[in-house]
Design a protein around this ligand. Sequence first.
Ligand code: SF4
Ligand code: SF4
Length: 314
Amino acid sequence: MTTFSEKSLSAGIKKKAGELGFNICGIAKSRPLEEYGSRLNSWIEAGMNDIMGYLARDMDKRLDPESMLPGAKSMIVTGLSYYSEKMQKDPEAPVLSRYTYGLDYHEVIRLKLEKLLDWIKSVRPEAEGKPFVDSSLILEKAWAREAGLGWQGRHSVVINKDIGSFFFIGILILDISLDYNAPLSKDYCGECRLCIEACPTGAINDNRTIDARKCIANITIERRGPIPEALVPFLGRRIYGCDRCQEVCPWNKKINSVKTPEFTLDEEIAAMSLNDWKNLSQEKFNRLFGKSAMSRIKYEKLMSNIEAATRQGN
Ligand code: SF4
Ligand code: SF4
């Protein structure tokens, strides 16, 4: 068996991550992220987490990877692009966020991280690791920055200079030491405020946080029950998520070459008309979206979103 130094193992992990399809990969030293706690607490105390009360629980644990994996030493942070040039065809149809296209990213990324862990164990059998995808237990955006992958834009999403911001973050915590990337300390937003100006509901705060009570991505997915009436006129036909603040970002204007086959929009969904959406049956919903990230919401919630977003005048 080849013996790897920390440096060569780190390089090998990044190479393997690329072979598995990840577009970017960085490695951060595990530590408690105490400096992120106060900002997060202020955001929660202001009620901006909306109904996501779980974000307030076990804050100390969420800041410290040791609580997720005893002996945690390294955070492998990956990015997988979901940007797609293929869009829905009917301009009158209700609009889906790009991240719903194709297969459920939780499963796609978990599988890739597990394969990455298998490879690491094949060269360092004593290594223990734990994968995380879109988990409230871990501060993904902060770790992406710690691993040098990007900075948090004014819209609060992490931006990478090469692949923009339309990417999912997947994290593998390891209990072995590696060669670490330097955290990205620079902010490349400069004087730009395009996302703040473009947000239909004014949900973007000046301190790079989002008021989830106003954010279309939250109210169409996380919030149970109907969309608040005051926000209905701002939906702009969006029925699941919202890409507006990312679409206007200059860092997303040069990413056409990035493609992940698993996140290709299904032909049948791409072709659905306004009427197809209005008449969507439970059976068709299960068939078309059973394996996508959209299976996270119930059929009734989606139909309620469709009704609100396609009301006359929207
Ligand atoms: S996702 Fe949409 S509603 Fe939410 S902050 Fe971005 S532009 Fe605003
Ligand atoms: S639109 Fe401008 S301010 Fe907003 S995240 Fe992109 S670069 Fe930063």
